[in-house]
Write a protein that binds this ligand. Structure first.
Ligand code: TNX
Length: 780
């Protein structure tokens, strides 16, 4: 029996999980069993509300609870609330039939007196006799409903007791954004709707939709049919671009019809989300130029790109090109009611403008000094056009170069500096720095991460980002409209991969975007996260498992036949493990220090919140044979290989599972540090082959490779590091085997002791490069 009365106990746990201060971290389930089959919810709200005051008592929610709502707006919100609760708790509360019912029930009310000076705000009062959610408009009421649903879904079950409380809440920022790139890979209407649903449940309100890029144009524009016939399709690089059955090319195509876009915009509006479209220009337009080469700078007809990176194609600045751009903007303005229209402006390297006689001639005619000033002129012209339509121009921070249009809003992605400069000059800003909020960067070092960019943007990186820079004055701070995370989809061919990138990091974003800065507490957020994961599961969201995995790093002594294994959970949740092959549970030993073991050993380990595992247990097994093997993920990258490490997916097979490789694309090279070669006769190196599908613009000269001595290049193995002596130089074949790999035997003549083994291949990495998949040492 607890020595403190139940009410107090509730109030105290509420303190811990919501009011942050001083209680210390309390792991454990979000709910405790109560009487009569009911569970008691420990509130796990994400994002944390601005203010929460515990009250005495609790409210019981079950199948008999009635909902009342007066007026259409409140009834709409009540219906949305009922659908949420039905999904997580398995009961659909019954409407009370209009009017504000006095019995135990939940009242949704539009009340002009509530939160009138706090846009999107609401008041939520939970008392033993009933619950009241009130706001001055439908948006605020919707957010109140989401909070109440989160209170109820902090516990599972059809009868839930929630503590009495009063929440007064409103968002910190008016721009709580998420960008999805539908150009590099395309998502279905249904998938976009799933995203909008999830955004609303996180109280995010701005969906920035990246609808055109070098690799594809995705908006139906009837006046320009080649945008759909040509610009919406590309032939994927390598094997994936060919149908294995027929040998014909297999294009990757997709665009949204105007009807689909209207449907999505309306769907978003019902969830209080504004859709901000992006038409990226004057760069990132290779797909458009492929369809209409007359709008390009050099007059040539490129293919729609099937490569990633920074491309060269730029619009020209002729009047007929502006006719095209304005025609397209007219359609965009008609489809999207948002105040802001995003015109891109990023990564427009100026080489083509420098090389183009027509651009140069026009530049002189206009009396414009250089290409940077020309881009500024281009963007200003777009602003004038959009302002004339009653809209506002938004662009990536490169629109600062050469001077901003008067009312432009800046999306700061190359760090926060662009945002600071813009705010200091009196412009509005949305913060979305790549190193904090780019969700195409991977979130853990797990070998189970999907393709992406291995530079880490962890859950905590996203959580800790503070959108308002300290250097700004109070007046300048008002220009920070909010924050946004961006999902670039070069490496996300499928919807599960997009979801992996989004969740749970979107939960961290939501808290930065909504909760007051002083209410943020990462440790406390982690105690609320398990309840959020349960909600994700209820809605079928394929959130990333990797942050909840247990990773292992082994140090071995092959001769002694021992291994020491350090375990780690990327989020720092407690780890429990077993050594007998059984599934770890709440009674299994808690991991405290590296585990020393004699081979063979099998460690099963899971991260726990209280008594519940957060993900299926990982299995880390070591035996004499496994110590001789390293996968590409376990190998280090070589020194001086440039900064761009990518986790890439093989180009084939066209259907089915593809191998993944960690590759430093400027100079592919892998290192086995401190390899113990005593008693080793040779190595078997398995290699795959991939197209080199990158455009690196001015970074291109940094691409390196060694000259080949034979037709298809050689595998080069060096001992003593990458400048050490050559151990083997084995010629490579022209193609891989049917499985997509080749295996090369590397004899170690006279190499003993411990050494750093360096693996690279010779020959041009364009059009295709060899990539190491695994290295296995073979004993004598
Ligand atoms: C930079 S962010 C880009 C995108 C890429 C992204 C990959 C921005 C305005 N441009 O084109 O997809 O990096 O992280």
């Amino acid at each position: 029996m607890s020595p403190i009365p139940r009410t107090w106990h509730l109030a105290l746990t509420l303190c811990c999980s919501i009011l942050l201060a001083g209680c210390g971290r309390e792991p454990g389930p979000a709910a405790a069993p109560g009487t009569q089959g009911e569970t008691t919810a420990r509130p796990a709200l994400i994002p944390a509300p601005a203010s929460l005051q515990p009250r005495d008592g609790s409210f019981r929610f079950d199948a008999s609870t009635r909902l009342s709502a007066d007026g259409e707006a409140a009834q709409r919100v009540a219906a949305q609330f009922a659908a949420l609760v039905a999904t997580t708790n398995g009961i659909e509360p019954a409407p009370a039939g209009g009017g504000q019912d006095a019995g135990t029930g939940i009242v949704f009310a539009i009340d002009p007196a509530v939160s009138a000076d706090a846009p999107e705000g609401y008041l939520l009062e939970v008392a033993p006799e009933g619950v009241r959610v009130a706001a001055s408009d439908e948006r605020g009421l919707f957010y109140g409903a989401v909070t109440l649903w989160q209170l109820l879904s902090s516990a599972q079950g059809q009868a839930v007791r929630i503590p009495a409380l009063r929440i007064e809440d409103a968002p910190r920022f008016g721009w709580r954004g998420l960008m999805l790139d539908s150009a590099r890979h395309f998502q279905s209407v249904d998938e976009i709707k799933q995203l909008l649903d999830a955004m609303a449940r996180h109280k995010l309100n701005t969906f920035h939709w990246h609808l055109g890029d070098d690799q594809g144009w995705r908006i139906e524009i009837p006046k320009y049919p080649k945008l759909m016939e040509v610009a919406a399709c590309r032939i994927p690089a390598g094997e994936a671009g060919t149908d294995p059955a027929t040998g014909e090319t297999r294009p990757y195509c997709g665009y949204y019809t105007q009807a689909q876009i209207r449907d999505i915009v309306a769907y978003a509006a019902q969830r209080h989300i504004t859709v901000v479209p992006e038409f990226d220009m004057p760069g990132h337009v290779q797909a458009v130029v492929a369809a209409y080469p007359q709008y390009g700078s050099l007059g040539d007809t490129p293919p729609v790109s099937n490569e990633w990176g920074v491309h060269q194609y730029l619009f020209n600045v002729e009047e007929e090109t502006f006719v095209f751009i304005e025609d397209v903007l007219d359609e965009i303005v008609a489809l999207f009611p948002s105040t802001y229209i995003h015109i891109g402006g990023d990564e427009a390297v100026k080489d083509q403008w420098q090389q183009s006689p027509i651009v140069q001639a026009r530049m002189k005619e206009l009396g414009i000094a250089d290409e940077t000033a020309l881009q500024s002129w281009f963007i200003k012209r777009l602003e004038t056009y959009l302002e004339g339509k009653g809209r506002r121009l938004l662009g990536w921070d490169e629109i600062l170069d050469g001077g901003l249009p008067p009312r432009a809003t800046v999306m700061s992605w190359r760090g926060t500096e662009g945002g600071i400069t813009a705010a200091q000059a009196g412009h509005d800003v949305v913060m979305t720095p790549w190193d904090k909020l780019y969700l195409d960067y991977l979130q853990t070092m797990s070998p189970n991460e999907p393709p992406g960019r291995p530079t880490q943007v962890t859950l905590q990186t996203v959580y800790d980002f503070e959108p308002v820079p300290e250097v700004l004055t109070a007046a300048q701070r008002k220009h920070i409209l909010g924050v946004q995370a961006n999902v670039w989809t070069e490496h996300m061919r499928t919807w599960p991969r997009v979801q992996h990138a989004l969740f749970p990091r979107v939960a961290a974003l939501a808290e930065s975007a909504w909760s007051p800065a002083g209410r943020k507490d990462y440790a406390d957020f982690l105690t609320r996260l398990p309840a959020q994961l349960a909600r994700y599961r209820a809605f079928g969201i394929a959130y990333a498992q990797t942050p909840f995995e247990v990773l292992a790093t082994a140090t071995d002594d092959r001769r002694a036949g021992t291994v020491e294994v350090a375990l780690e959970n990327p989020l720092g949740y407690a780890i429990r493990y077993t050594l007998d092959g059984s599934e770890p549970d709440a009674d299994s030993p808690l991991y405290e220090a590296p585990i020393g073991a004699t081979l063979p050993v099998e460690i099963r380990a899971a991260a726990f919140a209280g008594t519940s595992p957060l993900a299926p247990a990982a299995r880390h097994a070591y035996d004499a044979a496994s110590l001789l093997v390293r996968s590409d993920e376990q190998l280090a990258t070589c020194p001086d290989t440039g900064r761009l490490l990518l986790r890439l997916e093989d180009d084939g097979p066209a259907d089915g599972e593809r191998a993944l490789y960690n590759v430093t694309i400027f100079y592919p090279c892998w290192l086995w540090a401190d390899a113990d070669l005593d008693g080793i006769a040779s190595a078997k190196v398995r290699l795959g082959r991939m197209p080199y599908y990158f455009q690196l613009a001015h970074d291109e000269p940094a691409r390196k490779f060694m000259a080949a001595e034979t037709e298809h290049g050689e595998l080069l193995v060096q001992a003593g590091g990458c400048n050490g002596r050559t151990v083997a130089r084995q010629p490579l074949p022209g193609t891989t085997g049917a499985d997509g790999f080749v295996e090369v035997d590397v004899p170690f003549e006279g190499v003993t002791g411990s050494t750093d083994l360096c693996f690279t291949t010779t020959g041009d990495t364009r059009p295709a490069m060899w990539v190491v998949d695994r290295v296995a040492l073979v004993p004598r």
